[in-house]
Design a binder for this molecule. Structure first.
Ligand code: COI
Length: 395
């Protein structure tokens, strides 16, 4: 923990000789010594009574209910430690904790599914672990070894296995996150960082059901991210930056907001928390290329693979918003959908701008959108063969 005598702006405390490497500026680097984080499940954690849990699982919604446990580890310049699976409970944080002032924080979202035989599987947790490490590097946070990330998820789900819903596409949504918990107001990478994983039974992200098309407001004046910024990292600040535009979308009767690039205000980037796909009249699937300002979605990359498996051509390239508008009018753009861990694959009904509404096809769920969605959820829930080795058994 930092002492109160530190000078604001001074480098982080010098690491012990065998500690994880930090750069001259005190930024934690990837050069950690091997760490063994077991995330042992603690005893005596109070459990929600079974009847109450059953009521939650009957209609979980999204992000409102949480399981009995959470996984935890703490980083200091001496390395990672204090790991375990403990009671999901409020945390104590100094009002001077750096995250509250400078937003040094990253997170992930992934899901665990119960298959018909009762086994429980995570979808591509290694991909989330790798992205979490990349996000941490960008935010000058310590890198949690990827096997420790996966282990924390495994242990939490084992502790809370009764919370994994059955039926349909319901799942246990897992939210790993890491934040600057050091009490210090100097602006520099924190010397104490807390890693937590919480879990929440999940149904549809959108109240109306995932298969109901959503309307998209095209943000007129706000950008989500700029070149050289943090757009490719999964950090809370990106989502905070999207909220004013999201509120504007709601004011205009839309479900979500789409952002264009910050330089030319012309190229389609992503929604606040989802990637976008366009299905063209020749069956090609097009998605905005990874420009450094959009998030490399795990669902996005899975959709690219699934579309190819289903015989579609796929293109990652720049998409001009005029191509979206005009393609809806000409019929060149047949379907549009959004995708993400929480949103799965969600059809886009209309792009809304002042005085203009662009609808692809009939504005309903397109055939290709439905087929991609079906294959993805079939793999996730064990109804289709996992030919790419995407599932990771947890229980
Ligand atoms: C996810 O899809 O997991 C996300 O993190 C996006 C968020 C809007 C829920």
């Amino acid at each position: 923990m930092a002492s109160s005598t530190e000078t604001p702006g001074a480098p982080a405390p010098t690491a012990a000789p065998d500690a994880p490497a930090t750069s001259a500026a005190g930024v934690p680097t990837a050069g950690h010594q091997p760490v063994e984080l077991a995330f042992e499940i603690g005893a005596g954690v109070p459990r929600l009574p079974e009847a109450d849990r059953a009521e939650v699982l009957a209609a979980p919604g999204f992000g409102r209910h949480f399981t009995d446990h959470m996984a935890r580890a703490v980083w200091t310049p001496a390395g990672w430690g204090q790991d375990g699976v403990v009671a999901h409970a409020p945390i104590t944080l100094s009002p001077a904790a750096a995250v509250l002032h400078y937003a040094q924080e990253v997170f992930e979202g992934l899901k665990a599914y119960r298959h018909d035989d009762g086994s429980v599987w995570a979808f591509r947790p290694e991909a989330n672990a790798a992205r979490f490490a990349a996000s941490a590097r960008r935010l000058a946070l310590p890198v949690l070894p990827e096997d420790a990330f996966v282990r924390s998820v495994e242990q939490l789900v084992r502790a809370d296995v009764d919370w994994v819903p059955t039926g349909g596409e319901n799942s246990l949504y897992l939210r790993p996150f890491m934040f600057a918990s050091e009490s210090f107001l100097g602006v520099r990478p924190a010397a104490e960082v807390t890693y937590l994983v919480i879990a929440s039974p999940a149904g549809s992200y959108f109240g109306g059901g995932e298969i109901t098309p959503v309307s998209i407001w095209l943000s007129q004046e706000y950008s989500r991210a700029a070149p050289g910024g943090t757009g490719a990292a999964k950090c809370g600040g990106n989502y905070a930056a999207s909220l004013r535009a999201q509120a504007e979308a709601s004011e205009n009767g839309c479900d979500q907001v789409a952002f264009l690039d910050a330089v030319e205000h012309r190229w389609v980037e992503e929604l606040g928390g989802m990637n976008l796909f366009f299905v063209m009249d020749d069956g090609t699937l097009v998605t905005p290329e990874l420009s450094g300002t959009i998030l490399e979605g795990v669902t996005r990359s899975s959709v690219l693979q699934i579309a190819a498996d289903l015989g579609h051509r796929v293109e990652e390239r720049r998409v001009d918003v005029a191509e979206w508008r005009e393609g809806c009018e000409s019929g060149r753009v047949r379907e549009v959908f959004a995708c993400g861990t929480a949103a799965v694959v969600t059809p886009v009904g209309a792009l809304v701008e002042p005085g203009r509404r662009s609808v692809a096809g009939d504005g309903g769920t397109g055939e290709v959108t439905a087929a991609v969605r079906q294959r993805l959820t079939d793999v996730q829930t064990g109804r289709a063969e996992d030919t790419h080795g995407w599932l990771h058994r947890l229980v």
